[in-house]
Design a protein around this ligand. Structure first.
Ligand code: 2PG
Ligand code: MG
Length: 420
């Protein structure tokens, strides 16, 4: 982070940097960075990986290999990090970019850059005796407010599941004044859906997909009705006063787009039919959240859909693959009014600094931000800190599975509250 005031304790400097190959929740190799600061204290951060990756994301690993990333990092990057002072995120991230020397981290790997950038952010926050979320909030001038809503994936489809619906994610969008209700209400939606699936498919083996949501042999329409029903049930249960529980979707439409059409199990739509279809779903199911309703190059289709909804009733219309967290692509989206929200995934762009820039741009445009996990996750919990520090409207995360719960439990810690 840049300067945080003169009365702060003087931050230290980087003594040594280590990298280690570790494994994500799909069993794929990824990377953990460790930054040792003067005095020998280590700060770790690891990086998740996507499956439905956007075409404009930075390269995750050079030549698709964690080992090659380790070699390249040791040869050309790590020696230049030793001795750097803590407390200047943009300077640190600039060194990563300069030493990488490519426009898209194809030498170092965006996942290496992400792990390093976040380990550095952790070390810097600690040097200023702050939590990571506090440091980020200070950098952005984020006021303390309600916790982010949980954008919780409860039914998995698309490339995150085998034998499920074509739409990638059926989401419970849960908003509450404090994080415990957020988490408990989302878990209750997940359970309700499990019960309903058991009732409908009594002799089918049901499972969970990559993000911990249910996988069942349903089509999109059935999955959406089951989701909406479960959200209503939890909302009406009276157990969570002041809490709003509404359905949402990540269509991950680039994954459905083939030869100019959106290809679902049971329908094949032209781009303009797709806009109408999604608009109808928003109205029919009162969706609070719609991510990637059109494929990743269709700024115009996004703008058409966004233009149909305005004011307080407008759902979050969120660009994920459309923007890939890139400030440049976001600027275009803002100019063209393509959406009203951006999904933020640090490893799509490779550094915390560029992600902070995307937050600033979105804020200035009056858009919401949603800080997101990836489908292949580690147990690291920095996402909870970023969602809070960014002042994001939502944290996108699965509801169950150790690597998802790690972030939700961290939200409870950040949210404060009394012990125990
Ligand atoms: C998405 C993400 C996370 P992946 O499309 O939004 O839910 O999936 O990490 O596979 O890109
Ligand atoms: Mg997405």
């Amino acid at each position: 982070m840049s300067a945080v005031g003169t009365s702060q304790p003087k931050p230290g400097s980087i003594e040594k940097v280590g990298l280690r190959k570790i494994y994500d929740s799909r069993g794929n190799g990824t990377v953990e960075a460790t930054i040792f600061v003067s005095g020998g204290h280590p700060f770790h951060a690891s990086c998740p990986s996507g499956a439905s990756t956007g075409a404009h994301e930075v390269t995750a690993f050079p030549e698709g290999s964690v080992e090659r990333g380790l070699e390249n990092a040791h040869a050309r990057v790590l020696p230049h990090l030793t001795g750097l002072p803590l407390g200047d995120q943009s300077a640190f991230d600039r060194v990563l970019k300069e030493r990488d020397g490519t426009p898209n981290f194809s030498f170092l790997g965006g996942n290496f850059a992400t792990a390093l950038s976040l380990a550095y952010a952790r070390a810097s926050a600690a040097a200023s005796r702050r939590e990571l979320w506090e440091q980020v909030a200070l950098e952005l001038g984020t006021p303390r407010g309600a916790p982010p809503a949980l954008v919780g994936n409860v039914i998995n489809g698309g490339v995150h599941a085998v034998g499920g619906p074509s739409i990638q994610e059926f989401i419970a969008f849960v908003q509450a004044p404090e994080p415990r209700s957020v988490v408990e209400a989302a878990v209750m939606v997940h359970r309700e859906i499990g019960q309903e699936l058991r009732r409908r498919f009594p002799s089918t083996a049901l499972g969970r997909g990559d993000e911990g949501g249910w996988v069942a042999p349903t089509d999109d329409d059935t999955a959406l009705s089951i989701l909406a029903e479960a959200c209503h049930k939890v909302q009406d249960s009276g157990k969570f006063p002041g809490t709003s529980v509404r359905p949402g979707l990540d269509l991950a439409a680039s994954e459905l787009f083939r030869e100019g059409h959106y290809q679902y199990q049971k329908r094949r739509l032209t781009p303009s039919e797709q806009v109408r279809y999604v608009a109808d779903l928003i109205e029919k199911f009162d969706l609070a959240y719609v991510e990637d309703p059109l494929e990743e190059e269709d700024f115009q289709g996004f703008a058409e859909l966004t233009g149909m909804f305005s004011g307080r009733k407008a759902p979050h219309i969120v660009g994920d693959d459309l923007y890939t967290t890139s400030p440049e692509r976001l600027k275009r989206g803002i100019r063209e009014r393509a959406s009203n929200s951006i999904l933020l995934k640090v490893n799509q762009v490779g550094t915390l600094s560029d992600t902070l820039e995307a937050v600033r741009l979105a804020r200035a445009a009056g858009w919401s931000t949603i800080a997101s996990h990836r489908s292949g996750e580690t147990t690291d919990n920095w996402l909870a800190h970023l969602a809070t520090g960014f002042g994001s409207a939502g944290i996108k995360c699965g509801v169950l599975g150790g690597e998802r719960v790690a972030k939700l439990n961290e939200l409870l810690r950040i949210g404060g509250g009394a012990f125990p």
